[in-house]
Design a protein around this ligand. Sequence first.
Ligand code: PSV
Ligand code: MN
Ligand code: MN
Length: 431
Amino acid sequence: PSEMMTTPELIAQTNQSLLADHQHQLYHLQEILAKKQIDIEPVIQKLQAFQVSVPSWALGTGGTRFGRFPIGGEPRSIEEKIADTSLLHQLTGSNNAISLHIPWDTSLDYSAVRQFAHSRGIKFDAINSNTFQDHPQQVYSYKYGSLSHTKAEVRRQAIEHNCEVINIGQQLGSKALTTWLGDGANFPGQNNFRKAYERTAESLQEIYRYLPTHWQMLIEYKPYEPNFYSMVIPDWGTALLLAQQLGDQAQVLVDLGHHLPNTNIEQIIARLAGIGRLGGFHFNGSSYGDDDLTTGALKPYRLFLIFQELVNAMWSDAPTNASDIAWMIDASHNTKDPIEDLMQATEGILIEYAHALLIDQKMLEYMQEENEVVQAQEILQAAFRVDVRPLVAEARFRNKACIDPLTFFRAQRIRAALIEKRGVASRATGL
Ligand code: PSV
Ligand code: MN
Ligand code: MN
């Protein structure tokens, strides 16, 4: 009976039943690609190595400010969030880390949390500070800002919070601090733009000085929300300027949802990767703004073009290497099972990475040098139109994960088991 088997055993057994079909599709694709002089082996190996971390806050239903529709069986503690990440990783083979948000994820014993994560094969990715909302124990309010606040005592409190987050991250074995600020203004005249920037730079300097030498500081920008007239760090230019003023350990974090409509995000990626300042990336999908929907569901071609810039940067020895980047899924769910959504997001990411890996960079460069506009475009589109799902499934299979994770999750009734264990009314902490 299936209850007696461990998850890896069940995965192996299920894979056996899917193997013949899968291999048939893989060989077919291998033949097609071989005719184009593309060897699938290095592509599969790169896909196997790619890991994207899970934000602790995406494991429960997020909802919107108009409502939330809890799904039941949501993780109630860091340990349960780690357990869900570990389960996801067993199924996908591509999510070996979790990104915590403090104080949404506090614990009394971080070394125990670290041990627990280790025992489940999960690492700690960049750790997030939070000075965009007030927390029960704090003395001063962040209503008018945090690191940019006009009052020194509020800035001090926000600086100390960030240092505390670094302390926690050190206990967990994390190696990066992500700072995203809600600081800004809702109305013209409210802020002195110049001074707000200078105060922010000074506050970040203090945090930077506290940063362990092997750590990175990731600065995340966003054009609007929660402030709608001005954000102190609205764009990559401001984030880069801050990073350059701080030093080599400071880098820019790009969140797909943090751009105004029609922004050429792949060009931003190329710029930052080209100068070694791309430190982190948050995947999500958006129609309008920071929608935090499933990445790749709506704009897979843009995601592909972003990966093409990264693959090209690595190919041409640009300072930023994909393995140095903190990859994370920054999403939130109102209508889907969070774990199912994370599986879809991970698949969407790997598919576009795979597409980019099919491109003959040398040929593309030649077409660019010769101003062969049509041919250059054809190279990209030809890669994008290949159905690479068998390559992604093969990478999962070799990683001892599921050939088809979503079907496995449903067939094994995993959500029902989580509800049974944690209750139908369990709510994830955070957000
Ligand atoms: C802000 O919109 C953001 O993208 C930052 O990464 C935050 O830490 C996260 O969302 C919280 O949901
Ligand atoms: Mn983000
Ligand atoms: Mn966001």
